[in-house]
Write a protein that binds this ligand. Structure first.
Ligand code: PMP
Length: 391
């Protein structure tokens, strides 16, 4: 067997404008980043509150390395659990107002671990069509019957649940903020329909943690649903400014995952520096609401500026989808922006559906208004945005 099949696949991806590669950032993740020794305005980071390069977060990581070293040397259940893991899990449970929480190496693994452990072939899992890839992969790998409903379509969710009475367990799973569109799930209605049909509810609050809710606890707080979602998933790699994933819920749920979730059991514990950074990030979210307020000011400002232009683009979160259409169109738009000093990579299938390729603009608390003005100016200059003609 030769490896020639690979070049065929890569050539096909290239022909369809779907070949991907990464760009290398030579600086910290700030509104302005350095690439090939040149500055670029960045609108593509999930570092929503700017905590990834915050002095307090960095100092916490440095001190953790001094005290605890770099690696953990073992998985959590062997000897990898250190004081920072237990402290971080306690803090996550406090933030999410649950009895307990469990860390996973990434949000991706938290979704896989939780879903694959909670449901299997006698069960059904039902999710929104636009759920994140890690949820979809969890649903597929779980072996449970997997059904999707059209984006945010509660009636369809209800009819799927109505026809699910023969399954042993029913799990409904949704993103809270959808990662590529920036819109929010109708969580109140989803929670009520899940309850009506005796289904478990799992919410991926990755993009809402530190961004939504009066205290930054997430979209579940925003909708007053605390105590009504059995399984809360989150990521520490977005607003919290670090890396890692978690599941928060009842003590029983956490004990169950600790014993059964292979994505938790068979992998080395997160390093101390990462846990300390997460703890510091969570501390800042709790204490300094000005970060979240700045982010929302930027969201309002960009919405207001965009309202004068076509195509009509609005968002209820820091994520704004600038849909270009084909993969080729999205790549060309991204390249034009790059030539003007702006970094926003093109998002293409399978991440988004065919024909809806886009630039996913994401805002940070430390973007300045002139950064947003510059984005609008360049999008106008290259002909993507057009000002409404005066009436
Ligand atoms: N859920 C959602 C909705 C996401 O957007 C992402 C990552 N972009 C994840 C889960 C995975 O989280 P992590 O990056 O921490 O693996």
């Amino acid at each position: 067997m030769t490896m020639e099949f690979i070049s065929g696949i890569l050539d096909e991806l290239k022909d369809r404008s779907l070949l991907r590669d990464y760009i290398t950032i030579e600086s910290a993740q700030e509104p302005t980043v350095q690439i090939n020794e040149k500055p670029y305005l960045s609108f593509c980071s999930n570092n929503y509150l700017g905590l990834a390069n915050h002095p307090i977060v960095k100092q916490a990581a440095i001190e953790a390395i001094r005290q605890y070293g770099c690696g953990t040397g073992a998985s959590r259940l062997v000897s990898g659990t250190m004081s920072l893991h237990t402290e971080l899990e306690k803090n996550i449970a406090q933030l999410k107002k649950t009895e307990a929480a469990l860390l996973f190496p990434t949000g991706y693994m938290a979704n896989l671990g939780a879903i694959c452990t909670l449901v299997s072939k006698e069960d059904i899992v039902i999710g929104d069509k636009l759920n994140h890839a890690s949820i979809i992969d969890g649903c597929l790998y779980s072996g449970a019957t997997f059904r999707v409903y059209p984006h945010k379509d509660i009636n369809k969710l209800e009819s799927l649940l109505q026809r699910s009475s023969s399954y042993r367990r029913k799990l409904v799973v949704t993103d809270s903020v959808f990662s590529m569109d920036g819109d929010t799930a109708p969580l109140v209605e989803i929670a009520s329909v899940a309850k009506k049909y005796d289904a478990l509810l799992m919410v991926d609050d990755a993009h809402a943690t530190g961004v939504f809710g009066e205290n930054g606890r997430g979209l579940i707080e925003h909708y007053g649903l605390e105590g009504q979602v059995e399984i809360i998933m989150g990521s520490l790699s977005k607003a919290v400014g670090s890396v890692g994933g978690f599941i928060a819920g009842s003590q029983q749920l956490i004990d169950f995952l600790k014993n059964k979730a292979r994505h938790f059991i068979y992998t080395t514990a997160l390093p101390p520096a990462v846990c300390a950074a997460s703890l510091a990030g969570l501390g800042l979210i709790r204490k300094d609401l000005s970060l979240m307020n700045n982010l929302w000011e930027n969201i309002r400002y960009l919405n207001a500026r965009l309202s004068h232009f076509t195509p009509a683009i609005t968002s209820e979160s820091p994520i704004f989808p600038f849909v270009a259409g084909s993969a080729k169109d999205a790549l060309s738009l991204s390249l034009k922006l790059f030539k003007n000093g702006i970094l926003i990579p093109a998002i293409r299938p399978p991440t988004v559906p065919e024909g809806t390729c886009r630039l996913r603009v994401s805002l940070m608390a430390n973007h300045e208004k002139h950064h947003l003005d510059r984005l609008i100016e360049v999008l106008c200059n290259i002909g993507f945005l057009n000002e409404h003609s005066p009436r």
